[in-house]
Design a protein around this ligand. Structure first.
Ligand code: PLP
Length: 390
């Protein structure tokens, strides 16, 4: 039997063969004109992916999304700074865990019910009451598959000193982001999710307001490696086609990033986001037709990942390993209090992938004694896909 597997976890995703092939380049040094050009072009394309203008600075550092997360806050904080964390799950909570290592004050807002987003009104009321240095939002919390609205909060913070930090690790490249209109000051992601590049790149975007603040916060709390002032200089140098050095860039990953960004922009951002919406709808409707419930509320479902509750009598570990045994890699839920699994559908995900996934879920449910008719989920998935012209 073939060893081919379909990766449907929320990152690392299935990578395009042409992106992977780029990584096999040899003899590429970070000062060569070949690399300088590739890096400069990647930075220019990174602006486009989030609809940024020239005043916004993208930064690429070797590391995972968590490194970008730490850099996104520590560079703008000093002792006794105040941070408001909006958390819809595990990754929102991670901001609090991270910041507990630093001498800052943290307030946290969570939705009343797991699977809801926090209403912008509630966040705005909190920032009117207290002056925060930073507000953090998780655009898509990968643990609950909840999409958090951003723009209203961005608008409310525009004329304040507060910076809006957005964790876009599970959204950049898969969910619509207009960094300027959304009022985002610090956005970050990791390469292995919707941007479709193997793990290892931490990517950030800073707004003009964030760049100004970066200059002005002396004694900020950043560790040496994530000092964004150093990295901004390096990025600007590469963009003016001059190599520069602070830490060795992940050259092979950056040429892969360039290829992936070319594919993304060739597809077109609107078409890409629409595809994510349609494919995710086909998946959600399929599992709902099997009588399963989603963890997030219908109004705030993400389009890059879906969280599905399992019936209480179906054991999570053995269900997930059954589906995996069928060659479709899905993920367990991240939160202990709910019996649920997660499916990532981002990057180059297509109709065939989603059909194979729903089919494997049906067979695994059948194996676990769940009562339904074979094909009920698939029929609905097919219907939605057909409706959208797949
Ligand atoms: C995956 C993820 C992270 C962490 O990224 P790593 O690359 O695993 O360090 C942070 N936030 C969100 C929303 C994520 O999905």
């Amino acid at each position: 039997m073939s060893e081919r597997r379909l990766v449907m976890v929320p990152g690392p995703i299935n990578f395009e063969p042409s992106v992977l092939r780029e990584m096999a380049v040899e003899g590429l040094d970070h000062t060569s004109s070949e690399f300088v050009d590739a890096f400069a072009e990647s930075l220019a394309m990174l602006r486009k992916v989030v609809n940024a203008t020239d005043g916004y600075q993208p930064i690429v550092i070797a590391g995972s999304g968590t490194l970008a997360m730490e850099a996104s806050v520590t560079n703008f904080l000093k002792k006794d700074s105040k941070v408001l964390i909006v958390s819809n799950g595990y990754f929102g909570d991670r901001f609090a865990e991270l910041l507990s290592r630093y001498p800052v004050h943290v307030d946290m807002i969570k939705p009343e019910v797991l699977g809801d987003a926090v209403s912008p009104e509630k966040i705005i009321a909190a920032v009117e009451k207290e002056s925060y240095d930073l507000v953090t939002l998780t655009h898509v919390d990968t643990s609950t598959a909840v999409l958090q609205p951003v723009r209203e909060v961005g608008k409310a913070l525009r004329n304040k000193d507060t910076l809006l930090v957005v964790d876009g690790v599970c959204s950049v490249g898969g969910e619509e982001i207009h960094i300027v209109e959304d009022g985002i000051d610090v956005l970050f992601t990791g390469s292995q999710k919707a941007l479709g590049v193997p793990p290892g790149l931490a990517i950030l975007w800073l707004s003009p307001k964030a760049l100004e603040k970066l200059k002005n916060v002396s004694n900020n709390l950043s560790p040496y490696y994530t000092d964004l002032r150093k990295w901004v200089d390096v990025m600007r140098s590469y963009e003016s086609r001059k190599p520069s050095y602070f830490g060795t860039p992940a050259v092979n990953l950056i040429v892969a990033l360039k290829k992936s960004l070319e594919l993304i922009l060739k597809e077109g951002l609107d078409r890409r986001f629409t595809r994510h919406k349609q494919i995710s709808e086909a998946f959600r409707e399929g599992v709902k037709a099997l009588g399963l419930q989603l963890l997030p509320k219908e109004e705030n479902v993400a389009h890059t990942v879906t969280a599905v509750k399992l019936p209480p009598n179906v054991d999570l570990t053995s269900f997930v390993s059954s589906v995996r045994g069928m060659g479709v890699l899905i993920a367990r839920g991240l939160l202990k209090e709910v019996n649920y699994f997660r499916v990532g559908h981002m990057g180059s995900v297509n109709a065939n992938d989603i059909i194979a996934t729903v089919a494997a879920i049906e067979r695994a449910l059948y194996k676990h004694g769940y009562n339904f008719k074979f094909g009920d989920g698939l029929a609905k998935t097919q219907e939605v896909l057909f409706k959208y012209g797949f």
